[in-house]
Design a protein around this ligand. Structure first.
Ligand code: ZN
Ligand code: ZN
Length: 261
């Protein structure tokens, strides 16, 4: 009886999944209509903008106390001129649905998520920032080959389409970055700097570049890329990501991430 009942309830469901192939990859609810993105509208619209009472005016890093910022609203790293980039924008906090959506794009290879995630990311970009071109944070060729795509390139392409700014291939990842875990911040920066190089014969004289990546974590990657773009002649580099890691949270709340460098 139990078997029969389950077979009966399973049948229409199987038929449905043959036509509408998936459940929402975030919440697991069945999708009610055919769509190229296997995520329901509710989960797609769930991510909220990043909120912080105190955040660095230049890099956007949030702080618990105003005392971490100087009179110009800059954090210690920006004050020392060690960031390399001129501004950093992100839409939301790297947690909850937003984190899940980014994982589905990156690790489950759902490239159709690049477009909605790029439009979220563009909501984090102020309208009055003057820019000339978009560039993606590059991935090592072997990793790109294995994954089949670089999510930062997919996002940069969507940003280019939406803004009309040309997307340029300016950087390459010269080598696999050694594991960052356990390294001090200075070592992390050295490690990241050695991993990238500027494409040969690229001159960026005075250009204002929007550097696109999926997540802003420590800023080491963005800083290394921005420095190279400046060395290549760029006059301004702004970093744009979908999400940033909020380091105000106590350490036990950090979730393990698949290794990604
Ligand atoms: Zn959902
Ligand atoms: Zn800062």
């Amino acid at each position: 009886m139990g078997l029969l009942a389950s077979a009966e309830t399973q049948f229409p469901r199987n038929l449905l999944t043959a036509i509408f192939p998936e459940d929402c990859r975030v919440c697991g609810d069945p999708l009610t209509e055919f769509q190229s993105i296997p995520v329901c509208a509710r989960c797609l619209s769930a991510p909220r903008p990043f909120l912080a009472d105190y955040a660095c005016h230049r890099c956007g890093t949030p702080f618990l106390h105003e005392s971490s910022l100087d009179d110009d609203g800059c954090c210690r790293l920006c004050r020392g001129g060690r960031r390399g980039f001129d501004a950093c924008f992100a839409y939301g906090d790297y947690s909850g649905e937003l984190r899940q959506l980014i994982h589905i794009l990156k690790y489950e290879g759902v490239a159709s998520l690049a477009k909605p995630l790029a439009s979220l990311m563009l909501r984090g970009l102020p309208r009055d920032v003057a820019l000339d071109a978009v560039a993606a944070v590059p991935m090592h060729w072997w990793k790109r080959y294995r994954r089949g795509f670089n999510q930062a390139e997919l996002l940069a392409t969507e940003v280019s389409r939406a803004t009309g700014l040309p997307r340029l291939s300016l950087l390459r990842r010269a080598r696999w970055m050694a594991a960052q875990a356990g390294l001090g911040s200075a070592e992390r920066r050295r490690n990241a700097t050695a991993a990238f190089s500027l494409m040969p014969r690229r001159t960026l004289s005075g250009r204002r570049i929007l550097l696109v990546d999926d997540v802003f974590t420590t800023g080491a990657t963005a800083m290394a890329c921005a420095r190279l773009l400046k060395q290549g002649g760029a006059s301004y580099v702004a970093v744009l990501t979908i999400a940033r890691v909020d380091r105000r949270a106590p350490a036990p709340l950090y979730q393990a991430e698949p290794r990604d460098d």
